[in-house]
Write a protein that binds this ligand. Structure first.
Ligand code: B1M
Length: 232
């Protein structure tokens, strides 16, 4: 593209800029995404709005074309990298809400699964809502979860899975907790695109969380219930 044709992001109005960010995310342009995020922040957009409307919105388009065989793994990795660039800028802002400490959570993506954008988003939102979060990263066998529960004694165990082939592993973790008599010591919340409420119930989780905002609300409700039960 010649210099004349270069798009100046700052010259676009909000709607055009978000559309351009969808294109830039699609093309895996991390620096452009970072610039777009900063421009929207300067224009007074709330971090959460940027996250959901510009970044998650763009990733939804990537997801559809990945599913339809228009995009392939290398391109999706670049898009994910661009999205992470934007999330990195927003993370401290989401965490800086000054919310009172609500509780704690250990979270990780299950064994065999390397998707982490959704989990990272949940971690960021939980931190922003006042939860202390221990993030175990991706591809976690049951031993990792159990060791982290033992070490950190959180209120909540969160698990993420994005593949229909890895989501059953959540049940392996919960069943192991039951075998070891530890299941009732923790609130277990699960999430990820292929899950639903019925699956959450079937594997013995306390709740399925559709998105990061629901995860925060659900966590708050369960922790409050737990604290009430303990003080009764
Ligand atoms: Co993958 N991938 N991928 N991928 N990938 C999906 C999941 C897929 C649906 C794409 C498609 O076909 N449409 C498909 C799964 C199909 C299925 O299982 N039925 C798929 C596939 C097939 C694969 C591979 C097998 C491809 C291949 O190699 N042939 C491979 C598997 C690798 C592995 O894990 N072993 C693979 C690889 C990859 C990349 C590495 C290229 C990349 C991941 C990069 C990364 O995460 N660092 C990638 C991506 C980016 C996607 C899509 C496009 C986007 C996922 C994402 O980040 N979404 C995805 C398509 C899609 O989901 N539509 C796809 C944005 C994110 C904000 O949403 O993760 O849903 P999400 O998280 C939400 C909620 O689900 C919820 O809150 C989040 C925020 O609102 N949530 C929780 C999530 N976890 C939670 C935990 C909680 C609570 C809520 O705990 C309390």
């Amino acid at each position: 593209m010649s210099e004349e044709e270069d798009i100046i992001l700052a010259d676009l109005d909000d709607e055009e800029l978000v559309q351009q960010m969808f294109d830039d995310l699609y093309d895996g342009l991390r620096e452009e995404i970072e610039e777009g995020v900063n421009i929207l922040l300067e224009r007074g957009w709330e971090p959460y709005r940027i996250l959901t409307e510009a970044l998650v919105g763009g990733m939804t388009i990537v997801g559809a074309d990945f599913r339809d065989g228009i995009l392939f793994v290398p391109e999706v990795l670049l898009a994910a990298n661009a999205m992470k660039g934007g999330m990195f800028i927003l993370k401290p802002l989401l965490a800086e809400t000054g919310a009172p400490r609500m509780g704690s959570m250990v979270i990780g993506t299950v064994k065999g699964d390397i998707h982490d954008i959704g989990k990272n988003l949940v971690s960021m939102m939980m931190e922003g809502a006042g939860f202390e979060v221990v993030d175990l990263g991706i591809n976690n066998p049951v031993e990792n979860y159990l060791a982290a529960l033992e070490e950190h004694k959180p209120d909540i165990l969160g698990m993420s899975a994005l593949l229909t082939t890895t989501m059953p592993y959540m049940k392996v973790v919960i069943d192991t907790m039951i075998e070891q008599g530890k299941r009732d010591d923790y609130i277990v919340l699960v999430g990820g695109a292929p899950l639903n409420e019925e699956f959450g119930k079937a594997i013995g989780a306390d709740a399925y969380c559709r998105d990061a905002a629901v995860a925060v609300e659900t966590a708050k409700a369960y922790v409050a219930r737990k604290h009430n039960a303990m003080s009764a």
